[in-house]
Design a protein around this ligand. Structure first.
Ligand code: IPD
Ligand code: CA
Ligand code: CA
Length: 264
């Protein structure tokens, strides 16, 4: 029998400690910048937080697996529970002194998202959810926005680091701009999902990696959002942690948004 209370307390504790590391590094300007895959920014703080989280998980749960953006992005999954972590979601924001940055920690067990914690230290907002137990922001229960017409929906998205195939992306942005209220590119997929949960956004769509969405998708779903797809899934990650063509929104907007985002 899985004890979700102790798993959640553990995840919140390490997310909080990681938040202190993140704030300290930026307040003292003590981080260096580098690039991976030629064009993707990574800072020494991404690596330090990744190391800290992996170390703590390995000590507390030695039988579990870790799928982490910086140290094990190509993990082969076994039947063990998997911690899916993004040490800094919003690295570009972090490096430029913006506040929209988070640590994202999800736990995937037997085909399902079991818990998620997204901690945004510069905003002093910690979001969490356990499957079947609702979603919370700093202890306050979250619910998706009240009924909103598509025309009045505020929609967030993100753009890939690799900028070589932008045609469909631009078309989708154009469709959303013409049919919804406005669009936001906040720079942290994990927080975008939490903002759908809190009702600050009515929808979020993007193709992202498991560590960008494992925690946030559960938090959004537990707040009443519909989690689905606007296009095909091409990567082989299990669906619960597969971020391909992710569309997360108020259920009443889902079918219309699939139409808006269909650009074939
Ligand atoms: C990125 C952010 C961004 C999203 C990108 C992600 P990173 O994560 O979530 O909002 O648009 O797709 O890669 O690189 O800052 O961890
Ligand atoms: Ca990320
Ligand atoms: Ca990251």
């Amino acid at each position: 029998m899985v004890n979700t209370d102790s798993l959640l307390e553990f995840a919140k504790h390490i997310a909080n400690q990681a938040g202190v590391m993140m704030s300290d590094a930026r307040d003292s300007n003590r981080f260096s910048e580098d690039y991976k895959a030629d064009h993707e920014l990574v800072t020494s703080t991404d690596l330090a937080i990744d190391h800290y989280l992996c170390q703590q998980i390995a000590i507390a749960y030695p039988d579990h697996q870790i799928l982490s953006e910086e140290s094990s992005p190509d993990l082969s999954l076994s039947d063990a529970p998997v911690w899916v972590i993004d040490p800094i979601d919003g690295t570009v924001n972090f490096a430029h002194g913006h506040k929209h940055v988070a640590i994202s920690i999800g736990l995937y067990v037997e085909g399902q998202r079991l818990l998620g914690v997204v901690n945004a230290p510069f905003l002093q907002e910690c979001y969490w959810a356990v499957k079947g137990q609702g979603a919370y922001l700093n202890g306050k229960r979250l619910h998706v926005a009240d009924k909103v017409a598509l025309r009045n929906a505020l929609v967030a998205t993100g753009f890939p680091y690799q900028k070589n195939a932008l045609d469909k992306l631009i078309k989708r942005v154009s469709n959303v701009l013409s049919q919804c209220q406005d669009i936001r590119r906040n720079g942290s997929a994990a927080l975008d999902l939490c903002w759908v949960a809190s009702g600050r956004l009515q929808a979020y769509y993007e193709s992202v990696k498991p560590w960008d969405m494992a925690a946030g998708a559960l938090i959004a779903a537990e707040a009443g959002a519909q989690v689905g797809r606007y296009d095909v899934v091409s990567s082989t990650w299990p669906l619960a942690i597969n971020g391909d063509s992710l569309l997360v929104c108020r259920p009443s907007l889902y079918d219309q948004l699939v139409q808006v985002l269909c650009v074939d």
